[in-house]
Design a protein around this ligand. Structure first.
Ligand SMILES: [Fe+2]
Ligand SMILES: [Fe+2]
Length: 379
């Protein structure tokens, strides 16, 4: 009898625990020589632009480390054309003529299998393994129809009911392996989906603008533009959560949200969210999100870049914004100082000095002492 090679294709955008479950089921059910996981270039029916193939490949490597039975193949992503399964099978047939090829598909794909391009050629060269996606009795009738046409091998896999679409909207924790989660955060993947899922239209564009400006400022002042873009895009990520939800969220981390002013709340919940859910461990990004509302006595250049980007981005409109915008790309220190003073005066006028956030007062005292406390404030 020929030895088995199992091929598992998909977009893996990103690879998640459902995929890991399928792989584990295959390894436990089928005696095989190799399990080859092949991220696709672009499926014939896919409308969405997929994340860069090599990044999806990297996530797969992180999800399946150190298993000699598993190979991650770049066959499709290095190809320039659309991914067709028959081409993939042809390729491996030629490469491993002495092996029995098996191709894994989901139960939902099985229902449409006879619509696939050259499907007969596929089953001539490979067995089909159906990985069950749904609860047992949901599709037995439909499935049995195709069962007669194709040689199905059913896997009894406990599939986690999770989809990449859901995950991309910002539900990473517990759905993707930790190493994949950290990679997603580090590379800033799925930011558009996350922002769209969390924010109103207005705030979505604001965040993209801040990301863009943060990147621009970072480039100008020798900071990391990619990190600045990520921090800028995500600085307001929890701003539209209901306050009660934000207070409850902070309690998970042992913080008493009630002691934090409502307008400042999202700096903390946002920082926790990017760390906890998005997998970002970068200190600069987290610190800049925490400090972007009130500023702080200790501000690094990176903190200042995000603070300034938030106040000069394209959707901001107030008397001196053009001047600050120009200054933001010429002299970050001065832009920061001027904006801080402007914000301090405006807030003081609005709520009175006594109600001002202590952190803002400390920030002004540290960064603009002579301008505020020696002159105007003592008058
Ligand atoms: Fe904010
Ligand atoms: Fe903002």
């Amino acid at each position: 009898m020929k030895k088995n090679i199992v091929i598992f294709g998909g977009s893996f955008d990103p690879v998640h625990k459902g995929h890991i479950n399928i792989v584990n089921s295959i390894l436990n059910t089928i005696e095989l020589e190799q399990l080859i996981i092949v991220p696709s270039k672009m499926g014939p029916w896919k409308q969405r632009t997929l994340t860069d193939g090599y990044k999806r490949l990297e996530m797969l490597k992180l999800a399946f480390p150190n298993n000699p039975k598993i190979t991650i193949s770049d066959f499709e992503i290095k190809n320039s054309s659309i991914s067709y399964t028959y081409k993939l099978i042809d390729h491996f047939k030629e490469k491993y003529p002495e092996y029995q090829l098996n191709f894994v598909i989901g139960e939902d794909q099985a229902l449409n299998f006879t619509k696939w391009n050259k499907w007969k050629r596929i089953i001539e060269n490979a067995n089909i393994i159906v990985a069950k996606r749904f609860i047992k009795n949901k599709f037995p009738e439909k499935l049995s129809l195709i069962k007669d046409k194709i040689n199905f091998i059913e896997l009894d896999s406990k599939i986690i009911n999770v989809s990449s679409t859901f995950i991309r909207k910002g539900h990473f924790k517990n759905n993707v392996p930790l190493a994949v989660n950290s990679y997603i955060g580090k590379e800033g993947l799925y930011i558009g989906d996350i922002l769209q899922n969390h924010l109103s239209n207005y705030r979505y564009f604001h965040c993209l603008n801040v990301g863009k400006w943060a990147g621009k400022i970072a480039e100008k002042f020798n900071l990391d533009p990619k990190k600045a873009y990520i921090a800028g895009c995500l600085h307001d990520i929890t701003k539209e959560w209901p306050f009660k939800e934000q207070y409850a969220y902070l309690k998970n981390f042992g913080l008493e949200g009630e002691k934090i002013n409502i307008p400042v709340l999202h700096s903390f919940t946002g920082a926790f969210w990017v760390n906890e859910e998005y997998g970002i461990n970068d200190r600069d990004i987290i610190s800049s999100i925490i400090k972007h509302t009130t500023a702080h006595e200790n501000m690094s250049d990176f903190d200042k870049a995000i603070f300034v980007a938030d106040k000069v981005c394209d959707d901001r409109d107030y008397p001196n914004v053009e001047e600050y915008r120009k200054l933001a790309l010429e002299d970050l220190e001065l832009a920061f100082k001027k904006i801080l003073i402007y914000q301090y005066r405006r807030t003081k006028k609005k709520v009175g000095r006594k109600k001002m956030n202590r952190r803002t007062i400390m920030a002004v005292a540290t960064h603009a002492f002579s301008e505020i406390f020696k002159t105007e404030e003592n008058k």
